[in-house]
Design a binder for this molecule. Structure first.
Ligand code: SF4
Ligand code: SF4
Length: 158
């Protein structure tokens, strides 16, 4: 998520019935790469958003590629794998993301794709009205970016 402070949805799937807030700009679809792909290229395809940092209570269990997990580990933060997270996903109060400290994302520069997508995709718009530029990403485009991130970053440690 493009924001001054980190936040991410606790759900690991797109809300089925969510719709963009009133006045949302039109949706966008990311281009498919024609050169070797990279996480940086994928991140650049995510709409930018002028975040007010109001979603830190949503920084719960998150999933990501192996490379994204390695980058965060290099910053001294261990994010549990999906397998490790499974027992907590149905809890009434799932644990906060280990990267969230005093209400701030301590790995913001290396936050994973799912955190960057929160608030920028048509099925999970910002609940506080922050508007992405050039517009919300269509769900299919977001899923494509996630698949690309898993292909580039690997997913062997889930
Ligand atoms: S890495 Fe953790 S603290 Fe940072 S934005 Fe994502 S969920 Fe929030
Ligand atoms: S949903 Fe809105 S307030 Fe929350 S992190 Fe994203 S842009 Fe910021």
């Amino acid at each position: 998520m493009a924001k001054a402070r980190g936040s991410t949805p606790r759900q690991d799937t797109w809300p089925k019935n969510a719709s963009p807030p009133p006045g949302s700009p039109s949706t966008t679809t990311p281009e498919r790469p024609t050169v070797p792909d990279s996480l940086e290229r994928i991140y650049r395809a995510v709409p930018s958003i002028n975040c007010r940092g109001l979603c830190t209570d949503s920084c719960g269990p998150i999933d990501m590629s192996d490379e994204e997990r390695r980058r965060i580990a290099a910053r001294g933060v261990t994010i549990p794998t999906l397998a490790e997270l499974l027992p907590t996903l149905l809890d009434d109060h799932p644990p906060d993301c280990p990267a969230l400290v005093a209400g701030r994302c301590t790995v913001y520069e290396d936050r994973p794709l799912i955190c960057r997508l929160w608030g920028t995709v048509e099925s999970m718009p910002c609940p506080h009205g922050c508007q992405p530029t050039p517009g919300l990403l269509v769900d299919a485009g977001a899923h494509t970016l996630i698949q690309r991130s898993l292909t580039v970053g690997g997913r062997g440690n889930q």
